[in-house]
Design a protein around this ligand. Structure first.
Ligand SMILES: NC(=O)c1ccc[n+]([C@@H]2O[C@H](COP(=O)([O-])OP(=O)(O)OC[C@H]3O[C@@H](n4cnc5c(N)ncnc54)[C@H](OP(=O)(O)O)[C@@H]3O)[C@@H](O)[C@H]2O)c1
Length: 314
């Protein structure tokens, strides 16, 4: 019997509960492809799931992580448009092909098994092919899945960003923004955002803090702007909870929760990245041994990274 190596999360206290197992290699049905996983990209979600703090359903003893790239090694008889040797990434939520995600039951590395393994079967309809001429290695391809689709969804998922508009990202500063505001040295950064935009405010905010930062996001949004609620890194204390309904009304703004995004958005984003020859920033790449995988999670948890933290299986 053919086998492969798989990591499972044996408990929900810490990523130190990750254990490697040798299991039977998965077998495809006629609508699936077998993918040899070659690169994996971690997300903050993977740390939160491993420590039991994820607010959505997760599977017990599951295989973690959502973002992987690999090579097709077998193709089911009813799959069209894919062949052995193709480079592919899987969509974050296997059932979300277009439009809004329908439930919380089909995302890799949470409610269903994820990518931290040598081989995975994926429905042919839930993978996106990366053209062979793309200047991307497998960890860079994997890094497009969750982060890339989420950002694309925020900017193009409902009302597309227009040239000339201003976007405020709550992220680290390394990758070429026009202006930077350090939220630690400028705790009321909304005033600075308004000053920089000549009092007008910003058109779009990537809300990464959540309830602890959304009041400032609404303070600095233009009338009718969009706040994409993405992260929950900075929760407000119950007594400090902002009145988001009242604040949103006062600005006539859209406050929109983002749940990564559909395969359609992933495909659009991949086309953009490949055609523009962009390369997602990968900070550090770890190996596939138990020690290296735990070290990768440790590094992500430390917050020392700028860019993606990845695992290579090559
Ligand atoms: N909704 C979705 O579809 C979706 C998709 C992807 C990610 N997420 C969520 O988005 C969040 C970020 O994920 P990530 O993978 O990008 O994490 P990450 O790589 O760890 O980056 C988080 C960034 O947020 C900054 N930050 C933390 N607290 C902040 C605050 N109070 N104000 C401004 N900036 C702050 C951090 O800066 P410092 O290190 O300098 O503090 C860091 O640059 C997580 O909550 C994750 O679960 C959601």
């Amino acid at each position: 019997m053919s086998t492969h190596l798989v990591f499972r999360l044996q408990g929900k206290e810490s990523h130190r509960n990750l254990k490697q197992f040798e299991e039977p290699k998965p077998v495809i049905d006629k609508y699936e492809v077998l993918v040899k996983v070659r690169g994996i990209s971690l997300n903050y979600r993977d740390i939160v799931i491993a420590s039991g703090g994820y607010p959505f359903p997760t599977k017990d003893n599951g295989i973690p992580t959502s973002d992987a790239a690999g090579e097709v090694v077998e193709v089911g008889s009813s799959v069209e448009g894919l062949e052995v040797g193709d480079h592919v990434i899987g969509n974050f939520d296997v059932s979300n092909l277009y439009g809004q995600q329908k439930d919380w039951l089909h995302a890799h590395g949470g409610p269903i098994d994820g990518m931290l393994r040598q081989y995975i079967t994926l429905p042919g309809h839930a993978v996106v092919k990366i053209p062979k001429h793309a200047k991307l290695n497998f960890t860079e391809m994997a890094s497009l899945v969750c982060t890339g689709t989420t950002a694309w969804n925020a900017l193009y998922g409902i009302i597309p960003l227009k040239p000339g508009q201003t976007v405020l990202f709550q992220v680290k500063e390394k990758y070429g923004p026009d202006r930077v505001i350090n939220y630690k040295t400028t705790p009321y950064w909304a005033a600075e955002a308004k000053r920089i935009t000549g009092g007008r405010g910003v058109d779009h905010v990537f809300e990464n803090g959540g309830s602890g930062t959304i009041k400032q996001s609404i303070d600095c949004i233009v009338m009718g702007g969009i706040i994409s609620v993405i992260g929950f890194l900075s929760d407000a204390k119950q007594e400090d909870m902002p009145d988001v309904a009242g604040l949103a009304l006062s600005k006539g703004c859209i406050v929109r929760g983002i749940t990564v995004g559909s395969k359609q958005l992933l495909e659009d984003m991949v086309r953009f990245v490949v055609n523009r020859e962009l390369r997602p920033p990968v900070d550090k790449v770890f190996g596939f041994s138990t020690e290296e995988v735990i070290a990768a999670y440790d590094y992500l948890q430390s917050g020392a990274h700028i860019g993606k933290v990845c695992i290579s299986l090559d």
